[in-house]
Design a protein around this ligand. Structure first.
Ligand code: PMT
Length: 221
């Protein structure tokens, strides 16, 4: 039996991967499926929370009783998260957000010219949503959780990222072309701003989600 320990709480979760368009046909994207974020949404709803799920380019069924807000780009994700976060007790950023986007958008499909070298793609910085809400909490006292997708020096990079972003908890998971992205399982260490480290062994993404909510509810009390 699941304890309704999130009853009366509103949580905002981002899931999936942003896509940054180059032209009407192409985009820069990443391998996130949204499964980890959806697992967070399902488990929070089962624990009694009111859940807003900001979903970037996912192809998963809407979890029952969850308010799903579809978005495409990092800029759209930021707008949707900030709007929902102003009345949230916790914000969990599980989405893979593009750090950069193409500087220009071509209104028509970019053409291949046989006698010319391809044009380089110039990138500009996207807003860092997690850093922004960690610094200026849209609602005072809310708990902010980030994820860190790392390919090497996972824990050291995670600790640095936690300090740089300023969130309360950072879920550090290892990713690769066929690792974590799109799979049903995950394995992680949840780092706390208080110096705590909570390892979560390899298992269903729901199990990691439950640990995140255990740590969040402790900080909400
Ligand atoms: O979706 P799945 O297939 O289930 O895969 C799950 C996952 C690997 C995508 C997920 O577990 C995960 O690690 N999500 C975060 C991916 C990511 O963008 O990590 P990052 O280390 O690049 O970013 C760190 C944190 O800052 C994240 O919380 C991210 O949401 C946030 N961020 C990043 C860039 C940016 N411009 N704004 C942000 O808010």
């Amino acid at each position: 039996v699941t304890e309704p320990d999130l009853a009366g709480r509103h949580v905002v979760i981002s899931a999936g991967g942003t896509r940054e368009p180059l032209d009407p046909v192409r985009f820069l994207g990443n391998r996130s499926s949204g499964k980890q974020g959806y697992a967070l949404a399902r488990t929070a709803a089962a624990r009694g929370a009111r859940v807003t799920l900001i979903a970037a380019n996912t192809a998963l069924p809407d979890p029952a009783g969850v308010d799903v807000v579809p978005v495409g780009t990092a800029v759209q994700l930021r707008e949707a998260v900030l709007k929902a976060a102003s009345e949230a007790d916790a914000v969990v950023m599980a989405a893979a957000v593009a750090d950069f986007r193409p500087a220009t958008y071509a209104a028509g499909k970019i053409k291949k010219k046989d006698d010319q070298e391809p044009e380089p793609i110039v990138l500009i910085r996207n807003p860092d949503i997690l850093a922004e809400i960690s610094t200026d909490r849209p609602r005072p006292g809310q708990v902010v959780v980030g994820f860190a997708a790392e390919t090497d020096d996972v824990l050291a990079n995670g600790r640095t990222k936690l300090e740089r972003k300023g969130c309360d908890l950072l879920v550090v998971n290892e990713v690769g072309e066929r690792k974590t992205f799109g799979s049903e399982e995950n394995e992680a260490v949840v780092l706390g701003a208080d110096g705590s480290e909570t390892p979560v062994p390899y298992g269903p993404k729901e199990a990691l989600a439950e640990t995140v909510w255990d740590l969040v509810t402790r900080r909400l009390r």
